[in-house]
Design a protein around this ligand. Structure first.
Ligand code: 4H7
Length: 223
């Protein structure tokens, strides 16, 4: 999978994408994420990509032309791709949307800033608008990183058997069960007896019950 990100702050992407599972997936050639500086597609030599809103109100809006040139430039490199804007008024990111998008060969992620992005660019060039939750951020960069993380771990070969995405709680429509590791007793509290019983059928059953109970109490809307 190829992911091109168009942003005012490409440096924000370096270390999050270089480490851990996403870094390893890039090393294995399973995904390539490239962050591009929007200013290279500015009209003028000073790199202007924003202007004041028509109608007043203060602040700045990202201009449509630099964004259009950016999309066309990264599409040109890799055939076509689906253009996604990270926006507070987009459709809320869910595991199902992540599953869908993880099947795409090429994604182009647009990160807005300031007051937002000219509506004509949104209408003409954006295929899908995604929000990572009902809160406002200063820019779309952190949402883009969240989306990349959620997608990359679904690409076949990225996760090992133990971390397998198929067994994710959200794939099953439930929250995860509680997990324990050494020491067997921590501050006087022992791990649940069943987990050290060696009875794997019982352990599976216990984990299912715990996951169900946790989902009922914490996320009744999911049941
Ligand atoms: C597009 C349009 C995503 C992108 C407007 C992006 C939250 C999310 C942005 C805006 C985002 C999310 C710019 C409008 C900053 C608000 C203060 C970037 N915020 N913003 N303004 N929930 N901001 O996924």
């Amino acid at each position: 999978m190829d992911i091109d990100v168009i942003t005012l702050f490409p440096e924000l992407f370096r270390s999050p994408l270089a480490v851990s599972i996403v870094g390893r997936a890039q090393g294995k050639g399973l995904v390539a994420v490239r962050a591009h500086d929007l200013r290279q597609w500015a009209d003028d030599a000073r790199g202007t990509v924003d202007d004041t809103p028509f109608g007043g109100g203060g602040g700045m809006v990202l201009m449509p032309e630099p964004l259009k040139r950016g999309v066309e430039a990264v599409k040109g490199d890799h055939g076509d791709g689906k253009v996604i804007l990270l926006a507070p008024d987009g459709e809320r990111l869910t595991q199902q949307i992540a599953n869908e998008l993880s099947l795409e060969k090429h994604l182009i992620l647009i990160c807005g800033h300031y007051r937002g992005v000219d509506e004509r660019f949104r209408a003409r060039y954006v295929d899908r608008e995604v929000s990572i939750g009902d809160y406002v951020l200063t820019g779309g960069e952190l949402p883009a990183l969240v989306l990349v993380d959620a997608l990359v771990r679904l690409i076949p070969g990225v996760l090992g058997n133990f971390e397998s995405a198929m067994e994710d709680s959200f794939q099953e429509g439930m929250l995860d069960c509680p997990w324990y590791t050494r020491p067997q007793v921590f501050e006087g509290e022992a791990v649940p007896q069943v987990l050290v019983s060696g009875n794997h059928a019982q352990i599976r059953k216990w984990r299912r019950q715990q996951a169900l109970e946790r989902t009922r109490t914490r996320r009744p809307d999911m049941v």
